[in-house]
Ligand binder design. Structure first.
Ligand code: SAH
Ligand code: SF4
Ligand code: F3S
Length: 448
């Protein structure tokens, strides 16, 4: 029934969703459907959704609403287009989505992706169905996958989250934290390396708490050792909760040569009062202590973070504490978000009377500091020679390659006039000749 059909997967949200999308793509291909890049070309449009902030919700509704005007694809064997919604909004709203979005055929959640073929089958038979499972008992990740890039792999080592930060919806839509069995994940990493994967990113909402639910309680530091020992050229991980980042893991930045010198360590706020209301469990002093230890272990480590501005009750002084922390750490990158109230989370109950303009002004002031520090951080790489992993051509100019540095910076490399440009997935040596706020410019040396 799926022969000669096409599908697209549109992904919102975090890397976990991106990884899930790769598995959706794998499943659809196994059914005999062909992947296409745009919704217009697709018989089955699958949306992998995010509800971490209100904007993400709105984007989905806009996207799906605009679909009803798209005519039938030329050459399709089907009599209509099919729309499926999965991911975190699917998990949260389930059946309700079928009521509000009349041309949606299938809704599924984060714990039952493997049901999608069956649900689409029912849709082909004329039924609109929503199926969501409350949670799961064990880590399962055995669906076929179709990776976006052959040279890079995301490897989930945990799913779910037990932290219940007071503003965050993730634990409600992704369920309790479950760890992937140690041997299984190491074998998978090895098979990726054997297939030619150059970069593995270990994934979890909080990779540092890996193993607490497993027999023998293997620790995250042991995972790092074992995955590094597969010989993968570049190893990364995300995300780390500061309360669980151990000295042992910090030490790995000094001892494992293939662990890349970059760490995403979300701070959320620089004010102890706000951190407490956020239920983050650490203080700014603890966080700054971690930064010192990381820089002792790996002086050139590139740090990035997440910050929420305008959490309910945030005063100007609280905000100043955040600003001061961001200024003093000197991050390579800061993902800053305006607080977004999420129904069902404890923070949604806290009275919030800071005017919108005040929050926007704080956000703008934060961005200025972020930009200044990011620019300075990149200047330190000027005139260095580094190995970069080629990702593809730049969107705006095909004579420019985009590549990634060990510190996770974007590097633009001109290949104008070159007889043979390096291929995506190749690691090449570059001389950094310019450093901008958000990227570096390099000149190609020898390919390796
Ligand atoms: N597990 C990761 C983060 C997942 S969500 C961690 O703990 O680091 C990604 C980011 O979205 C969070 O770090 C936070 O900064 C932001 N975020 C989460 N809920 C939010 C909300 N209600 N409003 C604004 N930002 C939010
Ligand atoms: Fe959300 Fe906190 Fe869990 Fe991160 S650690 S996913 S911010 S609850
Ligand atoms: Fe969004 Fe779900 Fe990830 S809410 S951030 S896609 S876990």
């Amino acid at each position: 029934m799926f022969e000669n059909t096409t599908f697209s997967v549109t992904t919102f949200g975090c890397q976990m969703n991106k990884h899930d999308s790769e598995r959706i793509a794998g499943m659809m291909q196994a059914l005999g459907s062909r992947p296409v890049d745009t919704i217009e070309e697709a018989d089955f449009s699958i949306f992998m959704t995010c509800c971490v902030r209100e904007k993400a919700d709105e984007r989905l509704m806009g996207n799906v609403a605009s679909m009803k005007n798209i005519p039938l694809r030329a050459g399709t064997p089907l009599s209509k287009r099919y729309v499926a919604i999965g991911g975190c909004i699917g998990q949260r709203d389930g059946e309700q989505l079928l009521k509000t979005l009349k041309h949606v055929d299938v809704v599924f959640g984060t714990h039952n992706m493997e049901e999608l073929p069956h649900l689409l089958q029912e849709a082909l038979e004329g039924e609109r169905t929503a199926s969501v499972r409350e949670g799961r008992d064990a880590f399962v990740d055995d669906l076929p996958e179709s990776r976006e890039h052959s040279w890079a792999a995301w490897l989930p080592i945990t799913v779910g989250c037990n932290n219940f930060c007071s503003y965050c919806i993730v634990p409600y839509v992704r369920g309790r934290e479950l760890s992937r069995p140690f041997e299984e994940l190491v074998d998978l990493a090895q098979s990726y390396v054997d297939q030619g994967v150059k970069e593995i990113t270990l994934l979890g909402q909080n990779v540092n708490s890996y193993g607490r639910d497993l027999y023998g309680e293997p620790r995250f530091a042991e995972v790092l050792d074992a995955v590094a020992a597969t010989g993968v050229q570049r190893l990364r991980f995300a995300t780390s909760h500061p309360k669980d980042l151990t000295d042992e893991v910090i030490g790995k930045f000094a001892t494992l040569p293939n662990l890349m010198p970059a760490l995403h360590l979300p701070v959320q706020s620089g004010s102890n009062a706000i951190l407490k209301d956020m239920r983050r469990v650490y203080t700014r002093e603890h966080y700054l202590g971690l930064v010192d230890k990381l820089r002792d272990a790996c002086p050139d480590i590139a740090l990035s973070t997440d910050v929420i501005v305008g959490f309910p009750g945030e005063t100007e002084q609280d905000f100043q504490d955040t600003l001061e922390l961001i200024d003093s750490v000197g991050y390579h990158q800061v993902f800053s978000f305006i607080y977004s109230k999420r129904a069902g989370t404890p923070a949604a109950e806290i009275e919030d009377n800071t005017p919108r303009e005040v929050i926007q002004d704080r956000f703008d002031r934060l961005l200025k500091v972020v930009e200044t520090r990011a620019y300075e951080a990149n200047q330190r790489d000027l005139d260095t020679h580094i190995d970069v992993l080629v990702e593809g051509s730049s969107k705006s100019n095909s004579a420019v390659l985009t590549a990634r540095s060990p510190k996770n910076q974007t590097v633009h490399i001109s290949v104008d006039g070159l007889e043979r440009a390096p291929e995506p997935g190749q690691i090449v040596r570059a001389h950094i000749v310019q450093a901008k706020t958000w990227y570096l410019v390099g000149q190609l040396e020898d390919a390796r």
